[in-house]
Design a protein around this ligand. Structure first.
Ligand SMILES: [Mn+2]
Length: 424
């Protein structure tokens, strides 16, 4: 392990005094500070196996070196993140990019780092070497039954890989759609997709969930067969109680009110999971909280309120995952930033005065409602997040320690400068 307990302890003691002062101020100022810290400590965000290398665009890819060369090294990298922040205790695999050849070994390796296996992801948006049929014109929606069959079988195979690792959810994201008007019969594409999903659903173990992820556009530019939350909700409702909608922040049209979508899906018991990222224009896959931190807070505000209304466990009852790509940053530093941004938004949502907000709403006091939300958003909760990390055995300043220990340089030394991790 490139970062050990000793290193973390030394790092923390050098920062402890300043941190204690900051935390004491928060504790004096914020009601229920301790209970917020405990909830932060429990909150875990899964890291996808495809986000540990440098991401590319269709124009180019600029690797920073030291990328993980196989699944074992990806697990090591996530173990490193988890050691630093104690909030990245799960990994989400993408098949076939990361097929666990020896699941027992992979499962025990992950356990050594305190990692569990989160939702597992299928891939019918790319053709794989040796695959008999192409997904050029869609997978589960395809007009050709044999192509649908191939895509269904792939998803069932993914479920079996997940079972062997202890996952309990399958995420299906389909690139299916059309690029030009007239290309597809929308109803037929929907029906084919539904029938295919029904077959996959039948193959789910009894305690599994199926997440249906939607996306407004790209790679298809005229229609997407699971294009928005309404369409995803339609599939999830028709499939049954184990099927849920998955919200990916970057998969909406510009300015969509994602917090409202979240509120309604939670109300209907159909929100299954979340993919975090941020965007300025479209599915930019930027670091969570880097562009619209207020939106992230408003989403968490609805998540906390909606989950509490249904008596749900914040840390366990929804699937939380980062789904981003890093084309100019060190992927590990970027992931540390994303997790931090998520925890900050969550902490701010937890300190929102819900009783006062409800009173303001009942009296149509719009000014007061805004004041309450923005008071929470403008509160510096970073000392609470750091305190939660400290109590869980993590580092007070994860990126600071990552840099001080020259982790990337060590990874480059052991893995080389030309390694390319599988993924996007
Ligand atoms: Mn996603």
């Amino acid at each position: 392990m490139l970062i050990d307990k000793n290193g973390i302890d030394n790092h923390n003691s050098s920062l402890q005094k300043a941190h204690n002062n900051r935390y004491a101020c928060c504790n004096a100022d914020i009601e229920h500070c301790e209970s917020i810290v405990n909830k932060l400590k429990d909150f875990q965000i899964a890291i996808p196996s495809w986000a540990l290398g440098t991401g590319g665009t269709r124009f180019g890819r600029f690797s920073g070196g030291g990328e993980p060369r196989n699944l074992e090294e990806k697990i090591e990298d996530i173990g490193l993140l988890h050691a630093l922040n104690r909030s990245s205790g799960a990994i989400s695999l993408h098949i076939p990019w990361d097929i666990p050849e020896n699941p027992k070994h992979i499962k025990s390796l992950a356990a050594q780092y305190g990692l569990q296996f989160d939702a597992i992801n299928s891939n019918t948006f790319q053709d794989q070497p040796g695959q008999p049929f192409s997904y050029k014109f869609g997978s589960l929606q395809n007009v050709n039954k044999a192509i649908r069959r191939q895509a269904i079988d792939h998803n069932i195979e993914v479920i079996r890989h997940g079972e062997a690792l202890g996952s309990s959810a399958l995420t299906v994201w389909l690139a299916d759609g059309s690029c030009f008007p007239g290309q597809l019969n929308f109803r037929e594409a929907f029906q084919n997709t539904l029938t295919s999903l029904q077959e996959i659903y039948q193959a789910l173990p009894h305690d599994w969930k199926l997440f249906v992820e939607y996306k407004a556009f790209e790679p298809n530019f005229y229609s997407t067969t699971v294009g928005d939350w309404g369409q995803s909700y339609l599939y999830a409702s028709k499939l049954g109680s184990k099927a849920y909608t998955l919200v990916d922040l970057g998969h909406h049209l510009p300015n969509a009110n994602i917090e409202q979508i979240v509120a309604l899906l939670l109300m209907e018991g159909k929100l299954g999971g979340f993919h975090f990222n941020d965007s300025k224009y479209g599915d930019d896959d930027l670091t969570t909280g880097s562009i619209k931190p207020y939106q992230l807070f408003l989403i968490f505000n609805e998540l906390v309120e909606g989950m509490d209304a249904r008596g749900m466990n914040h840390s366990k009852d929804l699937g939380w995952m980062i789904d981003a790509s890093h084309n100019v940053k060190d992927p590990l530093e970027d992931l540390l930033q994303s997790v931090e941004a998520i925890l900050i938004a969550y902490a701010q949502a937890l300190l929102t005065d819900r009783k006062a907000l409800e009173e303001a709403r009942q009296t149509n006091d719009v000014v007061k409602a805004q004041e309450i939300l923005q008071h929470a958003f403008r509160t510096d909760v970073r000392p609470l997040v750091a305190e939660a990390r400290l109590r869980a055995g993590g580092a007070l300043d994860p990126i600071g320690l990552f840099r001080k220990e020259k982790v990337r340089q060590q990874l480059i030394r052991s893995r080389g400068t030309t390694t390319v991790a599988t993924g996007l």
